[in-house]
Design a protein around this ligand. Sequence first.
Ligand SMILES: [Zn+2]
Length: 298
Amino acid sequence: MEKPNMKIMCVHAHFDDLEFYGAGTFELFHQKYSDQLQALSLVCTDGRAGHQFRTRDETAKIRKKEQQEAAEIGGYQTEVLTLPDGSHPREGCLILDTDFMAALWHSIRRFQPDYLFCPPLTNHPLAGLHIDHEAVANAVRNIAYMINVPHAFTPEYPTDETQSESIKIPVILNFFDRYQKSLNTPHDIAFNIEPVFDIPLHTTYTHQSQIQEWLPWVDPDDFSAPQNLAEWKDILKNFYHANSRKMGIIPERILEAFTVTAWGTIPSYEQLIEDFPSMDTEASHLGNLQERLSQWKS
Ligand SMILES: [Zn+2]
């Protein structure tokens, strides 16, 4: 039976992160909830830095347009995080400060997601990282408890309310993150996104300034510039297969994977199973998850 009013939110660093790490899963949520689903992608940086021959202004403008096109295909809203002074955080140097936390608190309270997806924190001293991914993970973890603290950031977002609405704290899950190589915490949940692969395919394909220009330049081992959509499909499948190997799933599959945190509300195992689209039981570690959730809730 369909559960009404499911709200899912992606909080990530860059234009394209949701498309590369979660667009298939968001589509599975769409199929489960149809028009009862509301989905939002919040991008926490201004997208100005990652390009080798375009100016910062030009890059930002293109990235924003590409993101909008991806969101229309994927059926989610998208917005760029706005700091209390009206500006957007700079790509490549995102740090955990009060303004960043205040802006995140404000956005999450406005949308009130049931489930929030964000990057993981680096948990191994040898793991690689992207500074913006790490900062987003850190910020979400740090403000999670504050989501239901009404006046936590009213100096930044002034209000004189004396009767505050109680805001539900979401269940918070981490995306798989390839910057950490294979040193990430083992995932809990994996979804077989092969049946909905058209959505990651087309949403990532809108990011032309990345897949044609930036990624082949910065990461030539993994990306070459595709001549057309069919070529991009092969490159993207290779990307997913590499992720599958890093997740320890061989032979390789087309999967998206997530880890449940105790940063926000701790769900019961039964609630997760009821709320989520069908998980891939072979590629998930549901026994470990069930045990961990019951320990957290005990
Ligand atoms: Zn990113």
